[in-house]
Design a protein around this ligand. Structure first.
Ligand code: DX5
Ligand code: ZN
Length: 225
């Protein structure tokens, strides 16, 4: 599957979001990852549909909205109207996951499911055929700039095995602590959608940071078993 970089705008300078996002795309980002936090499911508050709507006007790539919120069903229509292309919800925050994934599809968006570091892959067995992507959190959600949790690698590999066994085609995304040190390991484990915030926007040249990360990821594909 194709390796893609999804820069997470959470680490960008919101006062110049359009320009920061554009630089990340010029560096090779093909998806923009948008972290939505509600102060309940996670201990932080970020952004909502109005920002997605503004970003939609300037960004030509898919907007990957990662909802770290309780009761996501209440907000799916608004995010879809604002221009979200992909919407993912946390397994831990969603009581009727099957229903929520269908709701996302019914609004014309690609449905994804996310699992926290403490949630086993087995919790997703019954929905793997419904999702466009599975997002494996490699940090506890809520903040950018945290350290990568290595057990995420086992979960990525387990998902890749399950996908092959069941002949499914969902994509495997990883989020949290992905940088030049960890990117080769996540790619070797089987991840193909790479979310990166601090490693892209956190220092220096955004375009160059994105390009280097993607280059390292592509080099790691060649060493995959
Ligand atoms: C964390 C968010 C991430 C975050 C990643 O809750 O879901 O998308 O922006 O940031 P880094 O790449 O800095 O770990
Ligand atoms: Zn995220």
């Amino acid at each position: 599957m194709k390796i893609e970089l999804a820069p997470s705008i959470l680490a960008s300078n919101f006062a110049q979001l359009g320009s920061d996002a554009q630089q990340a795309i010029e560096g090779g980002g093909t998806i923009l990852h948008v972290d939505v936090m509600d102060g309940h499911f996670v201990p932080n508050i970020t952004l909502g549909p109005p920002l997605v709507k503004s970003l939609r006007k300037v960004a030509k790539v898919p907007l990957d909205c990662h909802l770290m919120i309780e009761n996501p069903d209440l907000f799916v229509p608004e995010f879809a109207d604002a221009g979200a292309d992909w919407i993912s919800v946390h397994q831990e925050a969603t009581v009727h996951l099957d229903r929520t994934l269908h709701l996302i599809s019914s609004h014309g968006c690609k449905p994804g499911v996310v699992i926290n570091p403490a949630t086993p892959v087995e919790m997703l067995t019954e929905v793997l055929d419904l999702v466009h992507h599975v997002l494996v959190m490699s940090v506890n959600p809520g903040f950018g700039g945290q350290k990568f949790i290595p057990n995420a690698l086992n979960k990525i590999a387990a998902l890749a095995r399950l996908r092959a066994e069941r002949k499914l085609d969902f994509r495997i995304e990883v989020d949290g602590g992905v940088d030049l040190e960890t990117v080769a390991d996540v790619v070797k484990a089987g991840a193909e959608l790479l979310v990166a915030g601090s490693a892209v926007f956190g220092h220096g040249d955004i375009r160059g940071n994105a390009a280097k990360l993607l280059e390292a990821a592509r080099a790691a594909v060649l060493t995959r078993a």
